[in-house]
Design a protein around this ligand. Structure first.
Ligand code: NAD
Length: 328
């Protein structure tokens, strides 16, 4: 049994397939006997003037209070003059690092069987923060670099590769690299190298096995982490956690609301389940996280209950039940 005790966490079920996969993951966590109390939060249908977003002040306060949470995908209406829901959460809560582990799943064949990497993405600044032409700051660059090296050390990873385009984006990416180098100097046991983003894409599809931890500014991280998901079988599989100041951690499936399959009991809950495992590890429930993760991977490896995105015909509920039956 885990040494960690009872805790409370925010749950945003989200839109589209969000409520279905959230319910599946809640069932898995309950079956694994994790003593969690969920504070379920829903996004508004109208803009909250206090946040200039449909994310309300109460939504934000819930995460600040519990410090940890899990988030399903959210549909952001395009171009209506207010901030994206995800951007609001990341900026207002200062969730400055997005961490996405990506590894080949045993028994699920793709073109690659040697993927075992983690992307660490700056989550609050840069071209992708909603303010076009804003350059990244020293503060944001240094703290995400610190996070990546500490993560590498804590998780027995050997190498950190910074991804950039400093040859062209001399100001923003130049500063980012400078900060990465400063932090790298403090971690002599971890190999540090740098790659230009276009070459990084080519190297990833040629041989993903050469990468360990990849550290990058916001926009490159958005693109490269989806590329990495493709290497191992798609967005239904890859988890992430948004980590911030004061121990904040918000687990999040990286896929969207999947409107084409919403409400049909067809979605793969794996990405959200593995995101929940990241959140559980963060609060010290390591055994429960390992238990759930191993059960999910075992069901996929066996192949009898796979959801449609993985070529099977199991429903979300069938898959969830199979995972629960596998828990030790
Ligand atoms: P999407 O990820 O929703 O869907 C892309 C494809 O992947 C679809 O065919 C979908 O069926 C499939 N898919 C995604 N998740 C799956 C799962 N768990 N199981 C099985 N199949 C799955 O991307 P999209 O269609 O570009 O976006 C739809 C909506 O989601 C948009 O409103 C967008 O703004 C939103 N979105 C939200 C987030 C987020 O909240 N983090 C991320 C991306 C997109």
């Amino acid at each position: 049994a885990s040494k960690a005790g009872a805790f409370s966490a925010t749950l945003f079920p989200g839109d589209g397939v969000g409520p279905e996969i959230s319910s599946a993951v809640k069932q898995m966590i309950e079956a694994a006997k994790v003593p969690v109390t969920w504070d379920e939060q829903h996004i508004n249908k109208t803009v909250d003037p206090r946040t200039n977003s449909m994310v309300t002040r109460e939504n934000l306060d819930s995460v600040l209070k519990h410090k940890v949470g899990l988030k399903g995908p959210m549909a952001t209406p395009i171009g209506k003059g207010f901030r994206s829901l995800n951007l609001t959460l990341r900026k207002e809560l200062e969730l400055y690092a997005n961490v996405r582990p990506c590894f080949s799943l045993p028994g699920y064949k793709t073109r690659y069987d040697n993927v075992n990497l983690v992307t660490v993405r700056e989550n609050t600044e840069g071209e992708y923060s909603g303010l076009e032409h804003e350059v990244i700051t020293r503060k944001a660059s240094s703290r995400v670099a610190e996070f990546a090296f500490k993560y590498a050390k804590d998780n027995n990873r050997q190498k950190v590769s910074a991804v950039h385009k400093a040859n062209i984006m001399k100001k923003a990416d130049g500063l980012f690299l400078e900060c990465c180098r400063e932090v790298a100097a403090k971690y002599p046991d971890i190999t540090y190298d740098e790659l230009i983003v276009d070459n990084a894409c080519m190297q990833l599809v040629r041989d993903p096995g050469q990468f360990d931890v990849m550290l990058m500014p916001n926009l490159y991280g958005d693109i490269i982490s989806d590329l990495c998901a493709g290497l191992i079988g798609g967005l239904g599989l890859t988890p992430s956690a948004n980590v911030g100041m004061h121990g904040l951690c918000l687990g999040e499936a990286v896929h969207g609301t999947a409107p084409d399959i919403a409400g049909k009991d067809m979605a793969n809950p794996t990405a959200l389940a593995l995101s929940a495992c990241m959140m559980l590890r963060h609060v010290g429930h390591v055994d429960a996280a390992d238990n759930i993760q191993q059960a999910v991977l075992a069901v996929i490896a066996e192949g009898k209950y796979r959801t449609r995105d993985l070529g099977g015909n199991a429903s979300t509920s069938d898959f969830t039940k199979a995972v629960i039956d596998k828990l030790s």
